[in-house]
Design a protein around this ligand. Structure first.
Ligand SMILES: [Zn+2]
Ligand SMILES: [Zn+2]
Length: 759
C-alpha cells in the first residue's frame, strides 16, 4: 500500500488539472511502538486478560496506570486508537478487584460511545473474572431496571445530561456515590464553551454530593490534543491533574495533502466540483476513500455526481459508491460495514456533523471538504484512514474562509504544536446562578465549605435568587424554595434561564439561547442540525419558540447585523510596547437587519428582517489606534475606516484557531471614533450573555492573534479583499467600507509599536 500511495501522489502532482492546487504535502513518518514497564506487577487476573487479547502495554499506558495507582487524577491526550481506554480500565479493575465495594462512573457524550464502552468493559470482566456488573444508565433505561443497576453495578456508564437529572435523587445513589473511586470523562474536549462551562458546575455538584457521602473520587479525562490540557482539566473538574501525553503506540506512514481550489485567489471551479473530482481521482486509483462534507445534502450530491460521471466511463464503479446518512436501519448499516470491509465499496460520502455511528474500520484515503472548524476534528477525520502500519492518505480541501486559507499558506502552523485552547468559563453569572439553584435543591449550601465549588460570587448570586423567591437562607444553609424541578429549568447546553425551544412537527429538536435564536433561527433561516437542513417558519419571541420544518435544500442563510457597543467597566489593561489592549464588561446592542441566501458561496438572494434590537451584557476586548497611524494611512491615501473594519473581520476569522469556538460566537465593532474612548477603536466581544471566556483568553494571547491576523491579510492573494481575509458574510454594513491595503498597513504599524517588526 505504501508504494501505491506514493505512486498516486506523484501522479496527482504531475496532473495539470491538480498540480497547482496541491499547496503542500506533509509526510508523517511511521513510528515504532514504545513499550513500558510497571513498577508493581499486575494481578494474575488482569495479566490473563492482556494475554488473551495479546496486548503489551505502551509506555504512556504504564505512566497513566502508575499515576492512577498513586491516587492522582490524570488527563490523557494521546491520539485516538492509542489505547487510552485500556490505560484507565486496568487501574480501575485493579482497584475494584481489591476493594469489593468500590465503584466507578464513566461519562460519554453519545449513546454509541457508551455502548461501545459497555462491550469493552463486559469483555474485560469476563476475561479477567473480576466482577463489576457494568451497565449503561441513561434516559432510555427502563424505570423498573434502575433500582437494580444502582444496587449492583460497580461500573455505571452514563452521560452529563443524565447525571444532571440524577443528582437531585442522590439519596437513592448513596451506596454508589459513597464508594465512588473513579470518574472517567471521555472525549472531554467536547465539554467546552457554554456546554463545558455547565458541565464544570455539574461536576462540582457531583463532587459536593460525593463529599457528603464520604468519597473523593479520582478523575480521568481523555481528550484530543489541546494547547491547555492542564488548565482545561483543572477548570472542568477543580482538581490538579497529571498530564499523560507521550504517545507510545505505533503509527503508519501518512501523507497529508493541502489542496487549494483558491490557489490563484480566484477559484474557477466550485469547491464541491473540486471535491467530487478529487474523490473520484482516489477511487479510480483504487483507494478506498471516505469523503467528509459540510452537509448531508452535499454528501448526497457528491455521491450522485460521482455516479453520473462514472456511468459514462467506468460503469463497473457506479455501485461501489454510496452516501452515508443518519437513520439507516441496523441491517443497512451492517451491509455498508461489510461491503467496506470486503472491499466491495470503494467510496463513501458523509457529513462531518454526523458521528459516523458505524464501524467503517480504516480506509486508504480521506477527503475533508472544508476545514471542519477545529484542528481536533480535522485530525479525527483524517484518522479514519490508515490500516495498521501501512501508508495512508488524507486531503484537506480548502474553502474560501480565513482559517482554511491561512493553513494553506502556513502549513507548519497546522502541523506544529497545538494552539487550540478549550475554554471553560467559571464566572458567567447566569451559569453559576443556575447550578447554585440546582445545588441548593440537592443539599443545603453552606457558604464557608461550599465556596470551593461555586466561586467568590456565590453569596451575591444566592441573595439575588432569594429576591426572586428561588432560594431561602435557613439555619442549615441555603435551600431551594422555588416551584418546579430545578434540573428542568437549567439546561446544560444553554446559558440563560430564558431558553428557546426549536420545534419540528411538534417534537423538540434542540434548545438555544436568545442570542443564538436571533442569529440562527430568525424567520426564513436555514438551520443546520446534525447535517440535516431545516427551514425556520416562525420565531416567536414572546413564547421563546422556534417552529421549523425539515427541508432538503442546497442553500444556506447568513444573518447580517449592525452593532453598537458601550464599555461598562475596564477590568484589565495591558501595554505591549507602545500599544495598549483592554478587557472588560461591555453592553452590546445587536440589530439584525436582514439575511443573505447563499448557494455554493454565491449570494442568490437577500431578505430584510424585522426584529427588535437585542441588548445584553457580555465581556469584550478592545484597542484604540494611535493618531500617528491614522495620519500615516491618510497620507498614503488609504481608507482608515476601511482598515479598522478589515481588522475587525479578519481577527474574528482567526480567533477560533486559538480559542475553540464557532466564528459566529464572536461579535465585533470598529469605528473611527467611539464615544467611550474618544478614539478610533476596534472591539471584539463574546456573543453570549455574561460572556463565555473567549475574549478573556484571546486577551491573554492577543499578540499572537494580531500577528496572525496580519499574516492572513498580507498573504491573501486576492486583489482588494475577499471572504478569506477581510470580508465577513455576516457584516450588516454590506462589507463597506473595507480597504485591504489600509488593513495591512494599520496592522503592520500597530505591530511595530508593539515591538514586532519582521513577521
Ligand atoms: Zn483575500
Ligand atoms: Zn462588518
Amino acid at each position: 500500500m505504501g508504494i501505491m500511495v506514493e505512486r498516486i501522489i506523484s501522479a496527482l502532482k504531475k496532473n495539470s488539472r491538480y498540480k497547482d492546487r496541491v499547496e503542500h504535502i506533509e509526510i508523517l513518518l511511521p513510528k515504532e511502538p514504545i513499550y513500558g514497564e510497571l513498577k508493581k506487577d499486575l494481578s494474575r487476573n488482569i495479566k490473563n486478560y492482556l494475554l488473551k487479547k495479546s496486548i503489551k502495554l505502551y509506555k504512556h499506558q504504564c505512566d497513566a496506570i502508575e499515576s492512577l495507582r498513586a491516587g492522582k487524577s490524570v488527563i490523557i491526550t494521546t491520539p485516538t486508537a492509542s489505547g487510552k481506554t485500556l490505560a484507565f480500565n486496568i487501574p480501575i479493575f485493579e482497584r475494584l478487584a481489591r476493594d469489593k465495594s468500590a465503584t466507578a462512573l464513566y461519562l460519554y457524550p453519545t449513546k454509541a460511545l457508551s455502548n461501545d464502552q459497555l462491550k469493552v468493559i463486559k469483555e474485560f470482566e469476563s476475561l479477567s473474572g473480576i466482577g463489576v456488573n457494568p451497565n449503561v444508565y441513561d434516559g432510555d433505561t427502563p424505570p423498573n431496571k434502575r433500582p437494580k443497576i444502582r444496587e449492583i453495578s460497580r461500573i455505571i456508564i452514563s452521560n452529563p445530561y443524565e447525571l444532571h437529572q440524577v443528582l437531585p435523587w442522590h439519596y437513592k445513589w448513596q451506596k454508589f456515590f459513597g464508594n465512588l473511586k473513579f470518574v472517567v470523562i471521555d472525549e472531554a474536549h467536547q465539554y467546552r464553551g457554554v456546554f463545558g462551562s455547565n458541565v464544570a458546575f455539574l461536576i462540582r455538584r457531583l463532587r459536593r454530593i460525593c463529599s457528603f457521602y464520604g468519597s473523593e473520587p479520582q478523575f480521568i479525562l481523555s481528550t484530543a490534543t489541546l494547547a491547555n490540557p492542564i488548565e482545561f482539566g483543572e477548570n472542568l473538574i477543580g482538581h490538579q491533574f497529571n498530564l499523560i501525553s507521550n504517545d507510545g503506540s505505533p503509527k503508519g506512514k501518512k501523507y497529508f495533502i493541502f489542496y487549494n481550489p483558491y490557489f490563484d485567489g480566484v477559484g474557477t471551479l466550485s469547491i464541491h466540483q473540486e471535491t467530487k473530482d478529487l474523490f473520484l481521482f482516489f477511487v479510480r486509483n483504487n483507494l478506498q476513500t471516505l469523503c467528509f462534507t459540510v452537509s448531508r445534502k452535499m454528501a448526497e450530491l457528491i455521491a450522485l455526481w460521482s455516479k453520473k460521471e462514472l456511468k459514462e466511463s467506468e460503469s463497473y464503479l457506479v455501485d461501489k459508491i454510496t452516501a452515508y446518512r443518519a437513520g439507516y436501519l441496523p441491517v443497512e448499516r451492517r451491509g455498508i460495514e461489510n461491503n467496506l470491509k470486503n472491499g466491495i465499496l470503494k467510496g463513501i460520502t458523509s457529513t462531518n456533523a454526523l458521528e459516523l455511528g458505524i464501524d467503517v474500520g480504516s480506509l486508504d484515503s480521506v477527503v475533508i471538504s472544508g476545514y471542519p472548524g477545529t484542528i481536533i476534528s480535522t485530525w479525527q477525520q483524517a484518522g479514519r484512514s490508515g490500516r495498521g502500519v501501512s501508508g495512508s492518505l488524507a486531503t484537506l480541501v480548502a474553502f474560501q474562509n480565513p482559517l482554511d486559507q491561512y493553513f494553506m499558506r502556513h502549513p507548519k502552523i497546522f502541523f506544529d504544536k497545538s494552539h487550540e485552547h478549550a475554554i471553560i468559563d467559571l464566572s458567567n453569572p447566569y451559569i453559576v446562578s443556575g447550578h447554585l439553584m440546582c445545588a441548593a435543591s440537592e443539599l443545603p449550601i453552606q457558604l464557608g465549605e461550599d465556596g470551593i465549588y461555586f466561586g467568590d460570587d456565590a453569596e451575591d448570586i444566592l441573595k439575588a435568587l432569594e429576591k426572586q423567591g428561588l432560594v431561602q437562607d435557613t439555619p442549615n444553609g441555603w435551600v431551594y424554595s422555588g416551584k418546579g424541578r430545578t434540573t428542568e429549568a437549567v439546561s446544560l447546553a444553554n446559558i440563560s434561564s430564558e431558553i428557546f425551544k426549536v420545534i419540528c412537527d411538534g417534537e423538540l429538536l434542540e434548545t438555544m439561547d436568545r442570542t443564538q435564536a436571533y442569529r440562527e433561527a430568525h424567520k426564513g433561516a436555514v438551520l443546520l442540525h446534525q447535517g440535516e437542513t431545516y427551514m425556520v417558519e416562525d420565531l416567536d419571541l414572546k413564547n421563546s419558540l422556534v417552529q421549523v420544518k425539515k427541508r432538503d435544500v442546497d442553500y444556506y442563510t447568513e444573518a447580517m447585523k449592525v452593532v453598537d457597543i458601550t464599555i461598562i467597566e475596564e477590568i484589565e489593561k495591558k501595554e505591549i510596547g507602545n500599544f495598549a489592549f483592554s478587557f472588560g464588561d461591555v453592553e452590546v446592542n445587536e440589530q439584525y437587519v436582514g439575511y443573505k441566501i447563499m448557494k455554493y458561496d454565491k449570494v442568490i438572494g437577500m431578505e430584510g428582517l424585522d426584529l427588535p434590537p437585542l441588548n445584553y451584557k457580555t465581556m469584550g476586548l478592545w484597542f484604540t489606534i494611535p493618531e500617528d497611524i491614522r495620519k500615516k494611512i491618510k497620507d498614503e491615501n488609504l481608507d482608515f475606516a476601511g482598515g479598522l473594519h478589515g481588522i475587525e473581520h479578519a481577527m474574528i476569522g482567526i480567533m477560533p484557531f486559538h480559542v475553540m469556538c464557532d466564528r459566529w460566537d464572536l461579535g465585533g465593532v470598529s469605528t473611527s471614533n467611539h464615544p467611550d474612548t474618544m478614539e478610533p477603536t476596534i472591539f471584539i466581544y463574546d456573543g453570549f450573555e455574561g460572556g463565555i471566556g473567549l475574549t478573556e483568553k484571546s486577551f491573554e494571547l492577543i499578540v499572537e492573534i494580531v500577528k496572525m491576523t496580519y499574516e492572513l491579510v498580507r498573504d491573501c492573494k486576492c486583489e482588494n479583499g475577499c471572504p478569506a481575509c477581510i470580508y465577513s458574510p455576516k457584516c450588516g454594513n454590506g462589507n463597506k467600507p473595507l480597504d485591504k491595503k489600509g488593513t495591512i498597513l494599520v496592522l503592520k504599524k500597530s505591530l511595530s509599536k508593539m515591538g514586532i517588526e519582521d513577521v
